[in-house]
Ligand binder design. Structure first.
Ligand code: ADP
Ligand code: MG
Length: 510
């Protein structure tokens, strides 16, 4: 066995700004207090994984990283699944356990709070975030609606159709109206689209209605989140931490997890290339990441993997937080340079298999029997390997993690309300805006059609003729007519010209 202390000193002794995690140990009773296990700030865009069984300390590790990243001047976006992360906006408490841990780790700890912006999808527990259906795109929306691959490609055709016909898809009712149109009065157009069956349109229509009934309509629409609002720093130069409260939509995991992917895709599109920066532009934490991939289609998994790969060059670091690394697709896992693996529980044969897989992803080490170490780690301890400033993995070590400087618990409802009331984003996002979109346009078109039909019937009647009849339109005229009508109505609107589905976005850039 090599000399653990010397190896740690060498492996973690690099220069430059870093994020400190804690102290390495082989013997749990004797952590090495003159070595700090840490991650270089400039390499956070090489992405990371925080994994471990429930209650092992993942969210606190996330909090510890996030508060230091923000203190270094980089904004952070984090999903708060259980409501306990918002405590990052309040100072921590020096209770006995915290003090004992700081003492044994020789860690200079002072309580501190980060600048936090509280966001939510429902609008009840934070500034409401919204996205339009069009910018969400067919792949992410298919995930939300739990569509299969056939239905997903049908939905993509419907998006293309709306794009061609300049029918803005802003809210869910727009999509529902278009689907109803294609299944009914517009069925000739449906046939022209090819590969789109009436039955499939019916299924999608039903699922959209369900999602609306479930409250999904609250967050589709405008004003859409301006991604620059996630990239703010305080006048003092600290990064703002945007905490997205998801407790109130917990029953809709597909909705919020895809929303997070949408944010990433938008960031990718919005941000300039920065190569390898001194510090990241933004670090994004995705808690309960397994929800993102449960029952995901291949197209969805592929687009996540691609987004994660490409967003690195925009200076964005993504940290996935989940129970087991095997919750993530291999293509995603392979891109995560920093790993903080908390304890793994292996009760069932399936667990044991997962544990073996976890062990295989670590570099070899003389100091640990990794499968045993992983099962014996205590709360707030993890097996760590990160990338050093040269991009080479640091030595694997069991690490006792520092307590966060901020509060390890939720905000009170009063604290939360006060924070929301003070938000500078609230005035811009609080009220939804409803401008003319596919629903209004199609409804107007159907009314026009009805009038035209009536006029035609009138004209066909022999006498008495009151005024010159409008020429009855042939089917071809009608089809062309929709385009004309819609074009003229939409011409003045500032609409997104292209349906920027995530997939389309990534295809364009390849
Ligand atoms: N670094 C740490 N320092 C001190 N206590 C910790 C630390 N990490 C976790 N804990 C304790 O463990 C509890 C559970 O941690 P948490 O992060 O919520 O677990 P998980 O997210 O994995 O379910 C915390 O409430 C806290 O009491
Ligand atoms: Mg947690």
């Amino acid at each position: 066995m090599g000399d653990f202390h010397a190896e740690m000193t060498e492996g973690y002794g690099f220069d430059g700004p870093t994020i400190g995690l804690g102290r390495p140990f082989v013997d749990p009773a004797a952590p090495v207090t003159d070595v700090e296990v840490r991650i270089p700030l400039g390499l956070l865009n090489r992405h990371g994984l925080i994994a471990g069984a429930t209650g092992t300390g993942k969210t606190k590790t996330l909090q510890l990283l996030a508060e230091q990243i923000a203190a270094a001047g980089t904004p952070v976006f984090a999903a708060d699944m259980k409501g306990d992360l918002a405590g990052i906006g309040a100072p921590g408490e020096a209770n006995d356990r915290v003090t004992a841990r700081n003492t044994e780790l020789a860690h200079a700890w002072t309580p501190g709070a980060a600048s936090v912006e509280l966001l939510s999808l429902s609008g009840d527990t934070g500034v409401p975030l919204r996205a339009t259906v069009a910018s969400f795109g067919p792949i992410l929306l298919s995930k939300v609606l739990s569509l299969n691959e056939t239905q997903e490609s049908s939905l993509a055709l419907v998006f293309r159709y709306c794009d061609d016909r300049k029918l803005p898809l802003l809210e869910l009712e727009d999509l529902r109206t278009v689907l109803a149109y294609l299944a009914g009065p517009g069925k000739d157009e449906l046939e022209m689209l090819g590969g789109l069956s009436k039955a499939t349109v019916g299924v999608i229509q039903r699922k959209v209605t369900e999602l609306e009934a479930d409250g999904g309509d609250a967050f589709f629409g405008e004003p859409e989140l301006d991604l620059r609002d996630l990239l703010r720093t305080t006048p003092g130069g600290r990064g703002v931490i945007s905490v997205l409260h998801l407790v109130d939509v917990a029953a809709r995991p597909a909705l919020f997890s895809t929303f997070l992917m949408w944010v990433l895709a938008e960031l990718f599109e919005t941000l300039p290339e920065v190569g390898d920066p001194d510090k990241p532009t933004l670090v994004f934490f995705l808690d309960e990441a397994h929800l993102l991939f449960a029952d995901a289609t291949k197209a969805f998994r592929d687009s996540v993997a691609q987004t994660v790969r490409l967003i690195r060059s925009k200076g964005v670091g993504v940290f996935f937080v989940t129970q087991l690394p095997t919750d993530l697709p291999d293509e995603v896992l392979a891109q995560l340079g920093h790993r903080v693996q908390h304890a793994v529980r292996a009760f069932t044969p399936k667990d044991a298999k997962a544990l073996r897989q976890v062990v295989q992803t670590y570099p070899v080490t003389d100091h640990y029997a990794l499968d045993e170490t992983l099962q014996s780690l205590g709360v707030g301890e993890a097996l760590v390997t990160a990338l050093n400033p040269r991009g080479v993995p640091t030595p694997v070590c069991a690490t006792r993690i520092y307590p966060p400087a901020s509060r390890m618990g939720p905000l009170t409802p009063e604290e939360r309300a006060a924070m929301i009331a003070l938000s500078s984003l609230r005035p811009r996002y609080a009220m939804p805006v409803d401008r003319e979109s596919a629903m209004e346009i199609l409804t107007a078109k159907l009314n026009d059609d009805r009038e035209r039909e009536e006029a035609a019937r009138e004209a066909a009647r022999p006498a008495p003729r009151r005024e010159p009849a409008r020429r009855p339109k042939s089917d071809d005229d009608l089809l062309g007519g929709i385009g004309d009508l819609v074009n003229s109505r939409v011409a003045q609107q500032v609409t997104r010209e292209v349906v920027r589905g995530l997939f389309g976005l990534l295809k364009r850039r390849r």
